[in-house]
Design a protein around this ligand. Structure first.
Ligand SMILES: [Fe+2]
Length: 468
């Protein structure tokens, strides 16, 4: 009897010592689905320590599941203290306009069960969130996460500065996963496990590539490990994020990062919308003819009713900070030519909405040394998003209130304070709310787009309707 107990205890100890630790619970990602072809796809991903485990993903369009997917496992050997297995399972051939149920199992134990919405076909309405400047590890970010979850979006775009301050894996572990994914009980003080059911689309901001050199930060560029976006962007081009460091380390990074460089530039359709996500960092030459050709092709090829563009650094900004970083203005004529309806950015930590505008740069191929771009504005003064819902020009939205410290709270509803980098009053901004964190909730169908700005308490602070 004693011998039997010893054996049982020994087995228990062995299991406990070799037990798998799931460090990042399974979360839903978009996967390589761009156009609305025959079916949708999603990826379920998670992160563990380096104890191997026999995982399986079960899924189906009813709670009975029925299908299985085997995950791919990639070792991340970042430092002696940071060694992980990065898992991802692709769920192919999913029907559009559906709810898919899933369960990730390790042996006989369910690690996570959840469900998510697949993309909508063009005749259906869809609802999504856009927000930037999120995971800095402060309490405000959790409040915003909880408020966002309450609006039940089908998917979400984070327009850059996803994780502070250098976009490292260690910073994801402390600032990101505990707020949007590994959350036991949702609430304003804890966040919400949004990622169990909502695919997050990442857009690269300056902080996301803040590590710059793998020799100094071996766990840098983490977004490229964790996001699984559509991979329809340009591949080997000079405007991809440069990964500096010893050749061996750079090669290991590229082998282990499934979305490098795909996360820099990509696009997808969902419902009546086309979504183009761009990297606007310093190393990107927006005047590059081949980059502009790719953007033009992408925006003219789509049949979607609404065209929206997402990047981090706003071309049109009325805060005091980042005011001369106007590079993205150079793309305004191209966006106008291609029929873009709305452009979303972050970087500036508040909410700003422009009047519908057209912009012609004085010099379309060159930035001045400060980074600002002078030019001619044509503003639609009649659009109000309520009685008049047909804008003549593009609406530029800054939605950088996702959690990081707010910029210029005293600018809220004070147009006399909205100045450009030369101190002149800015003519293009019509709404600026900077005294609270907030995010954009957009609902669209073939005829109508409604944009609501919602604050960290769930209160609506701005609303416009745009019609075709
Ligand atoms: Fe930024």
């Amino acid at each position: 009897m004693i011998r039997l107990l010893q054996i049982v205890f020994g087995l228990f100890l062995a299991t406990a010592l070799h037990a798998q630790t799931v460090l990042v619970k399974p979360y839903v990602q978009p996967g390589d689905g761009s156009t609305l072809g025959e079916s949708d796809v999603k990826v379920i991903a998670w992160l563990t320590d380096q104890t191997p485990g026999e995982f399986v993903v079960e899924y189906g369009v009813t709670p009975a599941l029925g299908k299985t997917a085997q995950p791919k496992r990639v070792a991340l050997d970042l430092s002696p203290r940071q060694k992980y297995f990065n898992y991802s399972a692709t769920l192919p051939r999913l029907p559009f306009n559906s709810t898919v149920h899933y369960r990730v199992r390790l042996g006989g134990k369910a690690v996570r069960e959840g469900k998510f919405a697949t993309r909508k076909t063009a005749d259906q309405s869809t609802r999504f969130i856009v927000v930037g400047d999120t995971a800095d590890g402060k309490p405000d970010q959790r409040k915003v996460a909880y408020a966002m979850a309450q609006t039940a979006p089908e998917f979400m775009l984070i327009v850059g500065d996803i994780v502070y301050s250098k976009g490292r894996v260690s910073e994801y572990m402390t600032n990101f996963w505990p707020v949007y994914n590994n959350v036991e009980k949702a609430g304003p003080a804890t966040g919400a496990p949004m990622m169990a059911s909502i695919p997050f689309y990442g857009v690269i901001g300056n902080h996301d590539v803040g590590a710059t050199n793998l020799a100094a930060y071996a766990d840098g560029f983490a977004a490229f490990y964790f996001f699984h976006p559509p991979l329809n962007g340009p591949k080997n081009n000079p405007w991809n994020t440069p990964i500096a460091g010893p050749a061996e380390q750079v090669a290991a990074f590229k082998a282990a990062a499934p979305s490098y460089p795909g996360l820099c530039n990509y696009s997808f359709d969902n419902g009546a919308g086309h979504f183009l996500c761009l990297d606007a960092n310093r190393y990107v030459a927006v005047t590059d003819a081949s980059l502009q050709k790719w953007i033009r092709d992408d925006l003219t090829k789509t049949k979607a009713r609404w065209k929206m563009v997402f990047f981090h650094h706003p071309g049109f900004n009325s805060s005091a900070k980042h005011n001369s970083e106007q590079k993205m203005r150079l793309l305004a004529p191209l966006f106008e030519e291609c029929g873009v309806d709305m452009v979303f950015a972050g970087h500036v930590h508040n909410y700003q909405r422009s009047k519908p505008l057209k912009f012609q740069p004085a010099n379309a191929t060159r930035l001045n040394p400060k980074g600002n771009v002078a030019g001619q504005f044509t503003l639609d003064e009649k659009f109000d998003g309520a009685a008049n819902t047909r804008p003549d020009g593009i609406l530029y939205i800054v939605t950088g209130g996702g959690g990081a410290k707010l910029y210029d709270p005293e600018f809220t509803n004070q147009p006399d304070k909205w100045k450009n980098d030369e101190g002149h009053t800015v003519p293009f901004t019509t709404k600026l709310i900077a005294d609270r964190h907030s995010f954009s909730v957009v609902e669209l169908d073939q005829q109508t787009l409604v944009l609501r700005q919602v604050d960290e308490d769930g209160k609506e602070i701005d609303r416009i309707t745009v019609t075709k």
